[in-house]
Ligand binder design. Structure first.
Ligand code: HEM
Length: 482
């Protein structure tokens, strides 16, 4: 027992080991408070590779981004799915997909992700455009009459949540919009607030009403089979679930709920940050707005505020400044951790000369926020520069550390085989949302607003939320294209 409480000791060839005083918890509390600061301090003390005991797990952090490629390519001995297969079912309430009762389901689930990319991205993007326009027109473009004010995060949440829901899952049999959306969004936000605790596998019965709220969210998807205009992706998944008798209707609905979370949980805060940074930097906003107008004009698309805007997938691809501004916001707000689990004891080769010993079951973690905020990689890393990712009219892709070009320099979407399959769709929908706002509205922060900063409470899990919502003003623009 004493040995268990004290934990293990460092062996020859292993990275420096940091255990902390409290058995089991280890360094979890310090890490949870400010992961970025914690890791930077440990890097100064122990170098680029060190192991920390966090909540009973030994996690080896690889901090030098020049070493990232060797971790990403170690597919065989370092597995991601072992981690996600346990955590996601627990969080969203469906049975693990690699369970023997569901032969082949894991592979089919992985294959379904292709329907978010490639040729399938075109209908998905077109559908999102139509749904964004529907929500904008009905909720925000109706009344003229001067400035209106709103809370920016809430605005982004309500529009993106509904438009994404319609795009992914389609419409109810009667009407173009789902009823009860405000209540659904409230439940979603309440669940989302507990999301970090569920991912940490805190028993759900300790989390107040979370289980009841999650059950309600899951039940929303029970009538999914009678909705129309569903995306190919969700249709394919619904058909695939039908092949498994052992999956109950409520399990299928829980899978749908998980995808709803995946498709808005990070996208909404990412949309907020893109809009917030642009509205806080009027010159950047003007340059991006001009670019959108130029692309429409070059293609001879007349537009005025009484008509609907359509931006095709190809037009969205030409919005380089807008894409750069979104990437820059992702750089400043993303704090996802890339985790792999060692499948055996082995020697992990880091670069030409160096390798470290790793034990079976240990976690290997990359924490790209450290690279995103590294002044050697990004000059003035805390400053928002909307054009940081453009150069000579093209996307800029060369960033350096120690004079060496980085293979991975921006990683909000994870890496390697586990990279987010919705990343292209996410970029497109954020572009569409920002374009519509910039085309239709003049936008300003209300006077005396505190600066929004990052709330670190979901560090390691994706895009961080703002610590406060921000009041802003918007009014229909009078200036328009012919
Ligand atoms: C997985 C980020 C939007 C669907 C992930 C992962 C990250 C991520 C970091 C885990 C990858 C890893 O750990 O290696 C983001 C961000 C988004 C976004 C930052 C928005 C800015 C979306 C959207 C969709 C989506 C819009 C769907 C429409 C998924 C799915 C997975 C995933 C299904 C699980 C993949 C698997 O199990 O292999 N995302 N995501 N994501 N994302 Fe996204």
């Amino acid at each position: 027992l004493l040995l268990l409480l004290r934990g293990r000791n460092r062996r020859d060839g292993e990275p420096p080991l940091v255990k902390g005083w409290i058995p089991f918890i280890g360094k979890a509390l310090e890490f949870g408070k400010d992961a970025h600061k914690f890791l930077e301090e440990h890097k100064k003390k122990f170098g680029d590779v060190f192991t920390v005991k966090i909540a009973g797990k030994y996690m080896t952090f690889v901090m030098d981004p020049l070493l990232y490629p060797s971790i990403v390519k170690h597919g065989k001995q370092l597995d991601f799915h072992e981690f996600s297969n346990k955590v996601a079912p627990y969080t969203f309430g469906y049975p693990p997909v690699n369970n023997q009762s569901f032969p082949g389901l894991r592979k089919q689930v992985q294959r379904s992700f292709h329907l978010l990319q490639g040729d399938s991205l075109t209908p998905l993007t077109e559908s999102m455009m139509g749904n964004l326009m529907l929500v904008f027109r009905q909720d925000h473009l109706g009344q003229d009459g001067g400035w209106r004010s709103g809370s920016m995060y809430d605005f982004c949440h309500s529009v993106m949540f509904e438009a994404t829901l319609l795009t992914m899952y389609g419409r109810p049999p009667a009407g173009r919009r789902h009823g009860g959306l405000d209540a659904l969004r409230d439940d979603f936000i309440s669940f989302d607030n507990k999301f970090p605790l569920l991912i940490a596998q805190i028993p759900i019965w300790l989390l107040g009403r979370t289980k009841a709220v999650r059950d309600k969210l899951i039940r929303f998807f029970l009538p999914v089979s009678c909705w129309s205009n569903m995306s190919q992706f969700i249709r394919r998944r619904a058909e695939m679930f039908e092949q498994y008798d052992a999956l109950r209707d409520v399990d299928k609905a829980a899978h749908h709920f998980a995808i709803l979370w995946a498709s808005v949980g990070n996208t909404v805060p990412a949309t907020f940050w893109a809009l917030y940074h642009l509205v806080s930097h009027p010159a950047a906003l003007q340059a991006v707005r001009q670019e959108i107008q130029d692309v429409l004009q070059q293609d001879g698309v007349g537009w005025n505020r009484d008509g609907d805007v359509t931006l095709s997938r190809q037009q969205l691809e030409r919005l380089l400044y807008l894409e750069s501004a979104i990437r820059e916001s992702l750089r400043l707000s993303s704090a996802s951790m890339n985790i792999r689990v060692a499948q055996e004891d082995f020697s992990l080769r880091l670069d030409g000369e160096r390798s470290v010993a790793v034990r079976k079951g240990d976690f290997i973690a990359l924490y790209p926020q450290s690279m995103h905020l590294d002044p050697e990689v990004y000059e003035e890393p805390q400053t928002f520069r909307f054009d940081r990712y453009t150069q000579d009219g093209q996307q800029k892709t060369d960033f350096y550390k120690n004079g060496q070009k980085l293979r991975y320099y921006l990683m909000p979407f994870g890496s390697g085989s586990t990279k987010c399959p919705g990343r292209h769709f996410a970029l497109n929908e954020i572009k569409q949302f920002v374009s519509l706002l910039l085309l239709y509205f003049d936008l300003q922060l209300e006077d005396g607003q505190p600066r929004a900063s990052l709330d670190p409470s979901r560090a390691g899990l994706g895009i961080l939320l703002p610590n406060v919502d921000v009041r802003f003003r918007y009014r229909l623009r009078t200036q328009q294209l012919d």
